[in-house]
Design a protein around this ligand. Structure first.
Ligand code: DUC
Ligand code: ZN
Ligand code: ZN
Ligand code: ZN
Length: 490
């Protein structure tokens, strides 16, 4: 058998196993063989992994690029470049409906056009629904599943511009159940938050730090449980996005123990950063405003690591939703007449490129295993969102890989923003020490990032990331188990 590429001397890590001593053979962008002593011909490229881990290419299933609410953020070009330089080979970003849109078909087309020919990694789209008219729910969603392979929606329980009532969520779940879609939910109690914000404002408490006071863990936990109850009644799988607190994770775990199809996602910021970061001088706290907010205590971070290790969290995503800190003309978003106003600070952090190195650090520190890493960062996102040729190193799968340095080979370094490839003027993780980083990123058999030599090399071949039409989830879905004799409409 002829190979285009052979990767030698690596430790192959999947979600289930670690394989040593074997090599990976690639032909026409696919993994065709895993075995001993694969033969190289004159036309075969050979990579020597020198004992480092070979993991499936990272799949970041929660990314905001060129969305209407991040006007100073990354484009597809800069965001996808940053992704591959951090080991990610596939991103799923959002096409976002405004309340005014009476049809989501043009919305999806517009977002797809932004990505087309501009992405250095493979990509897919979720749909954010903010105004679920009967036509959209009953006619357009089936079309999007069939024609575009958009098999997931994201719904918000908070923000005036996005929030849905419980009844609207239930109506959408009738359709997502019928269509085998995954429903992602941003769970925070809107009314609790709105009341707190109003009173904070009246008291002049508008510095960035009060963003975290305005969105307590209780607001997340209440909405999380409510979302689970809606899902249980409708027998429909959901994923709670960007979970930040133990109380919310506990609701998810309890539901999973009962075999409900409830899934959870967490993000790097909830593993590493605390709300004290919002107190920085000179408005620096604005760099760490995300929702749900950073939590208070070191134990809060430990709980999130534990929930990755014990399987409560299904996926680990960046939630890259970046805005520049300094914008042209010396302006800063979130300052109103020179005064900080936390409600006006764009919510979200940059994190596409740092997601995998930060998770890998947890492997090095013994918090999680390499199998946990692959499960939440590669395999489960592929299974939950129906990317059936990605997320594992197996014959027949896409030849997408992240290859790490062997331990001890890389000189420790402190992260600075100029090492990153996004178009954002800061990273909340600057100053952290790393002792490993993706050494090579390979997308469908082609090297797109080589840290020691060419750096970001995808540009040589153009932005050749492809749109991926997705199928249905292969994780547990609707079970035909109901709360009583009532049945949802079919
Ligand atoms: N939700 C997200 O998913 N991303 C950024 C902000 C938010 O509220
Ligand atoms: Zn409101
Ligand atoms: Zn959200
Ligand atoms: Zn998000």
């Amino acid at each position: 058998m002829e190979f285009d590429l052979i990767i030698r001397n690596g430790v192959i890590a999947n979600a289930s196993d670690v394989i040593t001593g074997q090599e990976v053979g690639v032909k026409n962008g696919k993994i065709t063989c895993i075995g001993f002593g694969l033969p190289a011909s004159d036309s075969t490229s050979v990579i020597d992994a020198e004992g480092g881990f070979i993991t499936p290419g990272g799949l970041d299933s929660h990314v905001h690029l060129q969305q209407w609410n991040t006007p100073t953020g990354d484009t597809w070009e800069t965001g996808s470049r940053s992704a591959v330089c951090g080991g990610t080979t596939t991103v799923i970003a959002f096409a976002s409906q405004n309340k005014q849109h009476q049809s989501v078909l043009p919305v999806v087309n517009d977002y797809a056009a932004l990505a087309k020919d501009n992405s250095s990694c493979d990509y897919a789209l979720h749909l954010i629904m903010t105004n679920p008219t009967p036509t959209i729910v009953n006619e357009e969603l089936p079309f999007l599943v069939k024609e575009h392979g958009i098999t997931s929606v994201k719904l918000y329980m908070t923000y005036d511009a996005m929030k849905l009532r419980d009844r609207e969520i239930l109506d959408i779940m009738v359709a997502t159940r019928r269509l085998g879609m995954t429903t992602m939910i941003h769970a925070e109690n809107h009314d609790m938050i709105e009341l707190i914000i109003e009173t904070l404002e009246a008291r002049g408490q508008t510095d960035p730090y009060y963003h975290s006071v305005a969105r307590p863990q209780l607001a997340e936990a209440e909405a999380t449980y409510r979302a689970i109850a809606l899902s249980e009644m409708m027998d429909t799988p959901i994923l709670l996005v960007h979970v930040s607190s133990e109380a919310a994770a506990k609701h998810i775990r309890d539901a999973q123990t009962r075999l409900l199809p409830i899934y959870g996602e967490t993000c790097p910021q909830y593993l590493y950063l605390l709300s004290e970061r919002l107190k920085g001088e000179n408005f620096e706290g604005a760099k760490c405003v995300c929702s749900p907010p950073l939590r208070e205590k070191p134990e809060d971070l430990d709980h999130m690591w534990t929930a990755i290790a014990n399987g409560t969290f299904t996926t680990f995503s960046s939630d890259h939703a970046a805005s520049k800190f300094n914008i042209e003309g010396g302006k800063r978003l979130g300052l109103v007449n020179g005064r900080p106003f936390f409600k006006k600070i764009p919510n979200g952090l940059p994190g596409l490129e740092t997601r995998l190195p930060l998770l890998y650090k947890g492997v090095q520190e013994g918090r999680i295993t390499i199998n946990d890493y692959v499960r939440v960062a590669c395999s489960n996102p592929a299974k939950l969102y129906g990317l059936h040729t990605k997320g594992a190193i197996m014959p027949g799968y896409d030849a997408d890989f992240t290859i790490w340095y062997p331990e001890g080979k890389m000189k420790p370094f402190e992260l600075t923003n100029d090492m990153l490839h996004h178009d954002i003027d800061y990273s909340p993780f600057e100053g952290m020490t790393f002792t490993n980083w993706p050494r090579w990123t390979i997308l469908r058999g082609k090297v797109v990032w080589e840290r020691d030599e060419g750096g970001f090399v995808a540009k040589r071949g153009g932005a050749w990331g492809e749109y991926v039409k997705r199928g249905s989830s292969t994780l547990r879905g609707s079970r035909n188990v109901f709360v009583n004799e009532w049945r949802p409409p079919i």
